[in-house]
Design a protein around this ligand. Structure first.
Ligand SMILES: Cc1cc2nc3c(=O)[nH]c(=O)nc-3n(C[C@H](O)[C@H](O)[C@H](O)COP(=O)(O)OP(=O)(O)OC[C@H]3O[C@@H](n4cnc5c(N)ncnc54)[C@H](O)[C@@H]3O)c2cc1C
Ligand code: FES
Length: 244
């Protein structure tokens, strides 16, 4: 883990409430797709965790949805620096993907799928991506995934764009060797049930410290208690215990 200052390069809206922020800084601790960073914001006691979407050279890309005070503050920043902890979380294990992994992202669960897709493509895998949104105006990053060379399916709950329904409706029609997913918990549960193979899912729980010290994110798994921030946020399908 490393604490350092990042310089804001760009902060632009992708949809009405989702922003892309690019920052320049020391990215040396970011070693795997699916890791996250933790951002200090003036006047807020807890840092705000955001997944790594991409790293190119020394430029870090984050995509975040404005849901409260912290993300609203971020959305108004166009320049200056942010104090960021990097190198947090385990990230996805790519070594078990097989030749044709499918990546499912729901809403702001889409960003970590981007770096993951890039890395899997670099390894010569055939990557399918399913991006799930509520409605057409919420869609972002479809073109970016297509430009990487992924086979992209978009689903919208109201059918205003792409396939009508949920990411699992698209998943049910596919053949794949492994799955990786990130999104809201109801979606993760649905993917867990619908999936025909092993896979990994990232849990975006509320967090305290973000680096394993406070136990605020502890959860029960089939292999004992785990801290989502340190032992996760990525969990293997086989270790997940749904408590409700
Ligand atoms: C490992 C990890 C990775 C994440 N990656 C991303 C990402 O890439 N992009 C992104 O937009 N968000 C991501 N999140 C969620 C993000 O951290 C929260 O949305 C953010 O901290 C909210 O801060 P806030 O001050 O704006 O909202 P707050 O004022 O703290 O909360 C406002 C509202 O949002 C809800 N909320 C707050 N935190 C969460 C959360 N973690 N999950 C669900 N609802 C929450 C609260 O219940 C409340 O209703 C991630 C969370 C974790 C733990
Ligand atoms: S948030 Fe403190 S241990 Fe996970």
């Amino acid at each position: 883990m490393k604490q350092s200052l990042f310089q804001i390069v760009e902060n632009v809206p992708l949809t009405e409430s989702v922003y892309k922020m690019q920052l320049r800084g020391d990215v040396s601790e970011i070693t795997a797709p699916g890791q996250f960073v933790n951002i200090r914001l003036d006047g807020l006691f807890l840092r705000r965790p955001i997944s790594v979407c991409d790293v190119q050279g020394d430029v870090l890309t984050l995509i975040y949805k404005v849901v409260g005070k912290g993300t609203e503050m971020m959305s108004r920043m166009t320049e200056g620096t942010l104090d960021i902890l990097t190198g947090l979380g385990n990230g996805y294990d790519l070594s078990v993907s097989g030749q044709h992994p499918v990546l499912l992202g729901g809403g702001v669960g889409v960003p970590p799928m981007y770096k993951l897709a890039k890395e899997l493509l670099k390894q010569g895998k055939q990557v399918s991506v399913i991006l799930g949104f509520n409605t057409k105006s919420e869609i972002f990053y479809q073109k970016e995934f297509e430009e990487l060379g992924c086979d992209v399916t978009v689903t919208t709950v109201d059918g205003s764009c792409g396939m009508k329904g949920f990411v699992t409706d698209a998943l049910n029609q596919m053949d794949y060797t492994y799955f990786y997913t990130c999104g809201p918990e109801p979606m993760l549960k649905a993917v867990y049930r619908a999936s025909k193979t092993s896979g990994q899912m990232s849990f975006e729980e509320r967090m305290g410290c973000g680096f394993g010290a406070c136990m605020g994110c502890s959860c029960k798994t089939l292999t004992g208690y785990k801290r989502i921030c340190k032992d996760g946020p990525v969990m293997r399908k086989e270790e997940i215990l749904w408590e409700n």
